[in-house]
Design a protein around this ligand. Structure first.
Ligand SMILES: [Zn+2]
Length: 579
């Protein structure tokens, strides 16, 4: 490909008209960047713009703390381990650690007065609210400058939805991520904790990964360069031998591994083969179904199929459901048992392909008008060359096929959880109408649809995510559960999330108040605490809305996002409890 892709041309026109910086296609997604774009078909100058913008420094007033002693009073605790809820409790935080959790009374009785400790520097009266561990998102990318002005767009949306730890696969180029990760660790920026996974060969000057030995060489280099793990795609250079060697070398160097077993390589390295090679995590659905094919070893594709035609790629994906040993067959259970024995984690990212089964819902979601940057919105629109914008002619028939495919996918994740396999929460936002943070809550909803209970879902979202990140390092997680001694990463929410996962959306949800006979908006996250620093979640959302408004001044949206009226406003309960 020597011509500029159409998306670039369109943005060039917009950019010239508006006098803003050149926008270019997305930096990173599973098989997002066609080789031509990645390797020089676009001008060198613009490849710099592929990387995200660094987040601005945390300003005065952005978050408060950490405190010598902070007490959150009167909450019901959902600790992430699968343990039952209990409350009211007072949670004592000293610096960035949870120092104590104390029973503060009895349900239905007035709270005890003058409770210890009484020498707190800061108290949050969260009577009637719920506390969970900060959420972990295992599949993230940052928006490049073509999607948002800087990384704070995603960081704030994540934090506003309770996500305090992200694993980037990758978040951006290695050196950029390493720098942002360190700034976040020092709390110089408003951002979640970061873990830096990178693709084979990223960031070094050693050339192509042309052999298993070369792969091992890169892994050893990566381990010394602040890279926490490897993301595979099963692309051209990633032969079965190369991936097997890289996984082995990664484990020797205490690095983790995760694969999107893309259709380009899955016929030689599917889920079961990956498990036998001790891959740590399979993300998305690719690789599972291909391990369960009944009468052949490669999925049947139509003669016109072409991987670079995304309508084909994403409509025919769903056809595999009729070609496999399905739920409740011996082969199905054998597959799951062997993956469990090999300690493979399943990270389904249900949400990222959910538009395939209901495009209208994805496109018209409540938050698109207010919280989606115009650049990201434009990127979501169908073109032949925007990755994941594959709805060229998306029919009811295709959506029905996808709904059927998801039934099997749901059952697979449910059954794996059921036999004790580890399932985790990841999102892959920035594609296919999925917006950072909001998509995380949708993923929780889809876990419920898959048949997991709320306590199982929150375990997947917290403890399971933390283990998946820390196990390859040989370390016990210090985040992911609310327990004495752990890092103070917490989410404080006004509604009972076990009752309604939708209450966690930044836009809350609307219900009728029986006393007033009027609808009201309730829910949202009230506070997100990371490293003992308290962030006001509605304030983070307001910052993002302001950024989106600013961008709209200069970036037109030829097809405008739906404007959902913000009425009714949040019920007073949410804002009246500010510290
Ligand atoms: Zn991805």
């Amino acid at each position: 490909m020597s011509m500029l892709p159409r998306a670039i041309k369109r943005f060039l026109m917009i950019s010239t008209a508006a006098g803003v910086a050149l926008a270019v296609p997305a930096f990173a997604h599973d098989d997002a960047v066609p080789e031509a774009k990645a390797s020089g078909a676009i001008p060198a100058a613009s490849s710099m713009a592929l990387q995200p913008g660094a987040a601005p420094r945390r300003a005065a007033g952005e978050g408060s703390g950490p405190f010598r002693r902070l007490v959150i009073r009167g909450v019901t605790l959902i600790d992430g381990t699968g343990s039952v809820p209990r409350g009211p409790v007072d949670i004592v935080i000293e610096g960035n650690r949870i120092a104590d959790i104390r029973q503060a009374g009895w349900p239905g009785l007035p709270p005890a007065q003058n409770r210890e400790p009484r020498d707190a520097d800061e108290e949050i009266d969260a009577t009637g609210m719920y506390v969970l561990p900060g959420f972990v998102d295992l599949h993230t990318h940052l928006p490049g400058k073509d999607k948002a002005p800087d990384a704070s767009y995603a960081y704030k949306l994540w934090l506003a939805h309770g996500v305090t730890t992200v694993r980037g696969v990758p978040l951006g180029p290695p050196a950029f991520v390493s720098n942002e990760k360190a700034r976040s660790a020092r709390n110089e920026i408003v951002a979640p904790r970061m873990f830096n996974y990178q693709t084979l060969g990223a960031g070094w000057s050693g050339g192509r990964i042309s052999s298993p030995d070369k792969a091992r060489e890169w892994v050893r280099w990566a381990a010394k360069n602040d890279i926490d793990g490897i993301k595979f795609f099963g692309r051209e250079d990633e032969t079965a031998a190369v991936m097997t060697a890289a996984i082995d070398e990664a484990h020797k160097n205490r690095m983790g591994t995760v694969a999107h077993l893309s259709q380009t390589g899955v016929s030689n390295f599917n889920g079961i083969v990956a498990g036998r090679a001790h891959l740590d995590t399979i993300t998305h659905f690719y690789g599972h179904m291909e391990s369960l094919l009944k009468d052949h070893t490669i999925q049947k594709f139509s003669p016109d199929y072409n991987f670079y035609n995304e309508q084909y790629r994403f409509s025919e994906v769903a056809d595999i459901k009729d070609e496999i040993y399905g739920p409740d067959t011996p082969e199905w259970w054998d597959y799951l048992k062997e993956q469990k024995e090999n300690h493979v984690t399943f990270d389904p990212t249900f949400n990222i392909y959910a538009a395939s089964r209901d495009l209208m819902r994805a496109k018209n979601a409540d938050w698109q008008g207010r919280y989606t940057t115009p650049q990201l919105w434009n990127y979501f629109q169908s073109t032949r060359d925007n990755h994941g914008s594959y709805f060229f002619d998306w029919t009811s028939q295709i959506e029905t096929k996808w709904k059927g495919f998801y039934q099997n996918f749901f059952k697979l994740i449910h059954d794996y959880n059921q036999i004790g396999g580890r399932v985790t929460v990841g999102t892959d936002s920035g594609f296919i109408y999925k917006v950072y943070g909001f998509a995380y809550i949708e993923e929780l909803e889809l876990f419920q649809e898959a048949g997991l209970t709320p306590l199982e879902i929150f375990r997947s979202a917290t403890v399971n995510g933390a283990k998946t990140i820390m196990e390859p390092k040989g370390l016990e997680p210090e985040f992911g559960a609310v327990r004495r001694g752990m890092l103070a990463d917490l989410v404080v929410v006004p509604e009972n999330p076990l009752n309604n996962l939708k209450s966690l959306y930044g836009t809350g949800y609307v219900r009728l108040n029986p006393k007033t006979n009027k609808q009201e908006r309730v829910g949202g996250v009230r506070y997100t605490i990371k490293d003992g620093i308290v962030y006001d979640a509605p304030k983070l959302l307001a910052d993002v809305a302001a950024m989106v408004d600013r961008e709209k001044q200069t970036v037109p949206t030829p097809v405008a996002p739906p404007i959902i009226s913000p009425q009714p406003l949040f019920a007073a309960a949410q804002s009246s409890t500010a510290p």
